[in-house]
Design a protein around this ligand. Structure first.
Ligand SMILES: Nc1nc2c(c(=O)[nH]1)N[C@H]1C(S)=C(S)[C@@H](COP(=O)(O)O)O[C@H]1N2
Ligand SMILES: [Mo]
Length: 553
C-alpha cells in the first residue's frame, strides 16, 4: 500500500491540480486549415458536381458472397483483447505523459521549444525548477494510476499491456495472412482512394454513404482506416516506443533518427495515441449509427442477425474492460510492490538477452543549451563544507567486498584515468538532453579495488536525500559498470560539475534511465546483490517509487 502521509500527499495530490492544454498556435491553425480545406473541398465538389457516385460492389449483395466475410472467433477475441490492452496503454500512457507534460521535436527539451504542453506553467527562469517540480496531476478517472508522479506504476501497467497488445497483434496478423480475411483490410487497387474520397464527401456533407453490410465488406474509407490502424499506427506506436529506450538509442542513434530523434519519437508515440483515440470515437459512433444491434452481433457472436444477444454480451465485454481498469487502479495503489515484482519477472529476462547487451556509443549531437535538472540538492553540513573548500577535501570512499578498500580525491581520480564521452541522457519522466561528461571509468575503479568474486553489485550512496526522505542511492551490476561510458563524472561540458548537476561526483551509465545515475556521490560499496541494501529493490526510486531494477527502456 502506498502510504498517503503528508510527503506523499504533497507529491501525488498537490494543491495545484489545474489542467491546461496549450498547442503552438501555428500547429493549431495548420490543423484547422487542413480540416477546413478537406471539408471545404467536399462541399465544393458536392455543390458544383453533385454527390459523387460510389459503386455498389459485391459487398452489398448479401448472402451471395464468395470472397472473405464474417467474423471468425480469432477476430472477435483479438478485437476484444485489443480494446482491453489499447485502453490500458492509453490510460497508463497518460500518467507517464503527465510526468513530463511537454512534447518536443528536439532532443534537448529546451524549455519554450515544446510544441504542446499539458500544464499551465511555463518553466520559471529565475529559480531552480526540476523535472519533478514540473510533473502534473492527472485525474485517475482518465489515467492509470493517475494522480501526480506515479510513473513507476504507470510504466508497470504500460509495459505489461505491451506484451498483451503485441501478442494480440501477432495472433491477428497471423489470422489475416493464413485466411482470406486480409482482403477485407489490405487495399489491392488504387481505386480505393477515389472511392474513399467519394465516401468522405458523403460524411463531410452530412450524408450517409450507401452502407455495405460490414459482415461482407467495408466502405473504402472504413477499409483504409482499419488498414491504417493495424498496419501503420500499431507498428509506429511499437517502434516509437522502442525509440525511447536509452539502451537502444545510445547504441544505435539511427533508430531514433528514423523518427526525427528521441523526442520526435515521443511526440509521434503520443500522436499514435491520439490517432487510436480518434479512431475509437469515430468507430464507435458509426457502429452505433449504422445498425448498432446488427453490428454488435457481427463482432461479438460472428452472426449476421438482428437479435439483442450480441448487444448485451458486447456491453458486458465493455463492462469487463472497465472493471479491469478499476482493478488495475486499486492494485497499483494497494499492492504496488507486487505489481513491480510481477513486471520485473516479465521484463528482466527479456532485457537481459536483448537491450541490456547493447553498449553505448558516443553521441554526435551538440550539447544541450539547458539540461533539465532533477533531484534535491544535498543539505548535509559535510557536503556544504566540502563545497566551500572546492571539494579539495573530498575523498570518495570505496569499500565493501573488495580486496583493496580505498579513498580517492578528485585529483587522484583524474590522474588515474580520464575519459570523456558525449551522451544523450534519458530521464524516466520523458525528457532528454545531451552533455559531455568527463570522469574516471568505473572499469578503472573495479580494476583498482579488486572486488571479491561474490561481489556482483555496486552501490552508490549520495550526500543528497530522496523525494520521500532518506539517503538517495542506486546500484549497478558489475557487468554493466564495465560498459563503455560507465564512469564517475566530475566534469560536465568541459567544466567541473556544478552543484546542481551532482558536484563533486556523479554516475553516468547511459544504457539506462537517469534515476540510476546517482549525483552528489559520497561513497561506493561493493555487495553481493542489491537485496541487502535499503528495501532491497536496487535503489531509492526502486524502493520508494516502484521503478525498475534494470531500466533499459
Ligand atoms: N542524489 C540524487 N541523484 C539523482 C537524482 C536525485 O534525485 N538525487 N535524480 C536522478 C534523476 S531522476 C535524473 S533524471 C538525473 C538527472 O540528472 P541532472 O540533474 O544532471 O539532469 O539524476 C539522477 N540522480
Ligand atoms: Mo529522472
Amino acid at each position: 500500500m502506498v502510504p498517503f502521509d503528508e510527503v506523499h500527499r504533497k507529491v501525488h495530490f498537490p494543491a495545484d491540480r489545474r489542467h491546461r492544454l496549450w498547442i503552438r498556435p501555428a500547429y493549431l491553425w495548420g490543423l484547422l486549415a487542413l480540416v477546413a480545406a478537406l471539408v471545404g473541398a467536399a462541399w465544393l465538389q458536392r455543390l458544383l458536381f453533385g454527390m459523387p457516385y460510389i459503386p455498389l460492389d459485391h459487398a452489398l449483395d448479401v448472402g451471395q458472397v464468395s470472397g472473405p466475410h464474417g467474423f471468425p472467433g480469432w477476430i472477435r477475441w483479438t478485437h476484444f483483447f485489443n480494446f482491453l490492452f489499447l485502453t490500458m496503454l492509453v490510460r497508463s500512457g497518460l500518467s507517464i505523459l503527465a510526468d513530463h507534460p511537454r512534447l518536443y521535436w528536439n532532443d534537448h527539451c529546451t524549455p519554450g521549444t515544446e510544441w504542446i504542453r499539458f500544464t499551465p506553467l511555463e518553466v520559471p527562469r529565475n529559480k531552480r525548477w526540476t523535472a519533478k517540480d514540473d510533473a502534473r496531476y492527472i485525474s485517475p478517472l482518465l489515467a492509470l494510476p493517475g494522480y501526480r508522479h506515479t510513473i513507476g506504476m504507470a510504466r508497470s501497467w504500460h509495459f505489461l499491456n505491451v506484451f498483451g497488445f503485441v501478442l494480440t497483434g501477432v495472433v491477428f496478423v497471423i489470422g489475416l495472412c493464413t485466411t482470406d480475411q486480409w482482403l477485407r483490410l489490405v487495399p489491392t487497387s488504387p481505386r480505393i482512394f477515389v472511392e474513399a474520397w467519394a465516401t468522405f464527401v458523403h460524411y463531410a456533407t452530412f450524408t450517409f454513404p450507401p452502407e455495405p453490410n460490414g459482415f461482407y465488406g467495408y466502405n473504402a474509407l472504413q477499409q483504409l482506416a482499419y488498414f491504417a490502424t493495424v498496419f501503420v499506427m500499431a507498428p509506429l506506436a511499437i517502434l516509437t516506443g522502442l525509440a525511447m529506450s536509452p539502451a537502444l538509442v545510445n547504441r544505435a542513434p539511427w533508430f531514433a533518427k528514423m523518427f526525427g530523434g528521441r523526442q520526435a519519437a515521443r511526440s509521434i508515440h503520443f500522436l499514435t495515441m491520439v490517432g487510436f483515440v480518434c479512431f475509437l470515437v469515430v468507430h464507435v459512433t458509426l457502429i452505433v449509427m449504422t445498425g448498432f444491434i446488427r453490428n454488435m452481433n457481427h463482432i461479438v457472436l460472428g452472426k449476421d442477425e438482428v437479435t439483442p444477444t450480441g448487444l448485451w454480451l458486447g456491453l458486458m465485454g465493455i463492462a469487463v474492460v472497465i472493471l479491469v481498469w478499476i482493478v488495475a487502479h486499486h492494485v497499483a495503489w494497494r499492492h504496488p510492490r507486487r505489481v513491480q515484482h510481477f513486471t520485473r519477472a516479465m521484463m528482466l529476462p527479456v532485457h537481459k538477452v536483448t537491450l541490456n547487451r547493447l553498449d553505448p556509443v558516443p553521441c554526435a549531437a551538440p550539447v544541450s543549451p539547458r539540461f533539465w535538472p532533477n533531484g534535491i540538492l544535498p543539505v548535509r553540513e559535510d557536503w556544504k563544507r566540502l563545497k566551500e573548500g572546492g571539494f579539495r577535501e573530498f575523498r570518495l570512499k570505496i569499500g565493501g567486498l573488495v580486496e583493496r578498500p580505498m579513498e580517492l580525491s578528485l585529483d587522484e581520480m583524474r590522474r588515474l584515468s580520464h575519459e570523456e564521452m558525449t551522451t544523450l541522457h534519458h530521464c524516466i519522466q520523458g525528457w532528454s538532453g545531451v552533455a559531455q561528461w568527463g570522469g574516471i571509468p568505473l572499469a578503472k575503479i573495479i580494476e583498482l579495488a579488486k572486488p571479491q568474486p561474490e561481489a556482483g553489485t555496486i552501490v552508490f550512496y549520495s550526500f543528497g536525500e530522496a523525494l520521500y526522505g532518506g539517503v538517495y542511492y542506486d546500484t549497478q551490476s558489475v557487468y554493466n559498470a564495465m560498459k563503455p561510458g560507465a564512469m564517475l563524472a566530475y566534469e560536465m561540458n568541459g567544466a567541473p560539475l556544478e552543484d546542481e548537476y551532482g558536484a563533486p561526483l556523479r554516475l553516468r551509465v547511459d544504457n539506462q534511465l537517469g534515476y540510476k545515475m546517482v549525483k552528489w556521490i559520497e561513497r561506493i560499496e561493493f555487495v553481493e546483490s542489491e537485496k541487502s541494501v535499503g528495501k532491497g529493490e536496487g535503489g531509492k526510486n526502486e524502493d520508494d517509487e516502484y521503478f525498475d531494477l534494470l531500466p533499459n527502456i
